[in-house]
Design a protein around this ligand. Structure first.
Ligand code: NAD
Length: 344
């Protein structure tokens, strides 16, 4: 079985590639990634010598390349992670978000449709169970107030160019089911944390700034709430949706773990204070928490996201494995081990 994974050199994609290769010996992965600033070939060190993994450096917006890969490898599965994913960048440079997240997704859907189907709802021989999983975000639903949860029936209300581009892609994916009966499923997940996340994101930034004894920037008053899930739990949920999910459906994936950004910063500082107590320094810092600094909020910053994942649990039987305190400790230790100056 040949699976096309897009964006497999990024944070979630690289965790997913390693997870699937280890767990399923009958799956070959062709990993298509453009290696933008967010992708890193080093994330794939553990799988680069695996004969069931083939890395292709390329752009999902390159329709010729994507078609050629479908011809050569005759994929029966697409798991589509590739995206521009950082909200702050989407405010400064929205164009690449529309290009990759919208047009790139469209390209992949077209390639799958042409490769798998000979008419509306009619699959070519050998492709009857071919399936396309589109990985999306809970940010497409906009912002919640103090109470309430997103579910699969929540209205789309994206507030940033990032979430708008992901919402657009979700709708195109939906249309390929309703129009062509292409076997698609969309997953909308909350904030991920874990190894291999780009240093620009909240948790790696807090760790990096703390270790450098620099200000830890927290937007606004730090009270924005996100629901956090350990990346491997997200990978397990995608795997379960692939094997057990219903065609044409969407599934929300969450961590049952709402935290304010300030709470996240405090918890990371607690772990660091325990493993790498602050050394004597001329800034007179004795606890990493002293570095927390509130900075001007970003425009369109959603107040709160939270997920009702009962459909995922009831239909595919998903059960979370990593508690937040365990997952966060593993994550902090991962980043500490990457930094050779810290001997643990
Ligand atoms: P990431 O930014 O770490 O990785 C994205 C990967 O896509 C990178 O390796 C990059 O090189 C690649 N890429 C970008 N443009 C490409 C293109 N045009 N062609 C081929 N490859 C390209 O992102 P991530 O955090 O791993 O997120 C993966 C997916 O999951 C995204 O679709 C994102 O919207 C979604 N998601 C992420 C989170 C999260 O908390 N990180 C939560 C929910 C959903």
């Amino acid at each position: 079985m040949n699976w096309l994974i897009t964006g497999g050199a990024g944070f979630i994609g690289s965790n997913f590639v390693a997870y699937i290769l280890k767990k399923h010996e009958d799956i070959n992965i062709i990993n298509l990634d453009k290696l933008t600033y967010a992708g890193n070939i080093k994330h794939l060190e553990s799988v680069m010598n695996n004969p069931r993994h083939t890395f292709v450096e390329g752009d999902i917006c390159d329709a010729e390349l994507v078609d050629r890969l479908f011809d050569i490898y005759q994929f029966t599965t697409v798991i589509h992670f590739a995206a521009e994913s950082h909200v702050d960048n989407s405010i400064n440079n929205p164009q690449t978000f529309i290009q990759t997240n919208v047009l790139g997704t469209f390209n992949l859907l077209e390639a799958a449709r042409k490769s798998w189907m000979k008419g509306i709802g009619i699959y070519k021989e050998g492709y009857q169970s071919a399936r396309f999983i589109h990985i999306s975000t809970d940010e497409v639903y906009g912002s919640l107030g103090e109470k309430g949860l997103f579910n699969e029936n929540s209205s789309y209300a994206p507030n940033s160019p990032y979430s708008a581009s992901k919402a657009s892609a979700d709708l195109i994916v939906r249309s390929y089911y309703h129009t062509y009966k292409l076997n698609v499923i969309t997953t909308n997940c909350s904030n991920n944390y874990g190894p291999m996340q780009h240093e620009e994101k909240l948790i790696p930034t807090i760790i990096r700034k703390a270790l450098a004894l620099e200000s830890i920037p927290i937007y606004g008053d730090g009270k924005n709430v996100r629901d956090w899930i350990y990346v491997i739990d997200h990978c397990r949920a995608i795997e379960m949706v692939f094997f057990k999910g219903r065609v044409g459906e969407t599934y929300l994936i969450g961590g049952h773990n709402e935290k304010t950004n300030l709470e996240i910063a405090h918890e990371i500082c607690d772990i660091l204070n325990c493993y790498i107590p602050v050394q004597k320094n001329d800034k007179e810092i004795t606890n990493y928490k002293q570095l927390i600094t509130f900075v001007k909020d970003r425009p369109g910053h959603d107040f709160r996201y939270a997920i009702d994942d009962s459909k995922l649990r009831n239909e595919v039987g998903f059960v979370m494995k990593n508690s937040f305190s365990e997952g966060l400790k593993k994550t902090v230790l991962h980043y500490l081990k990457q930094n050779t100056s810290y001997i643990l």
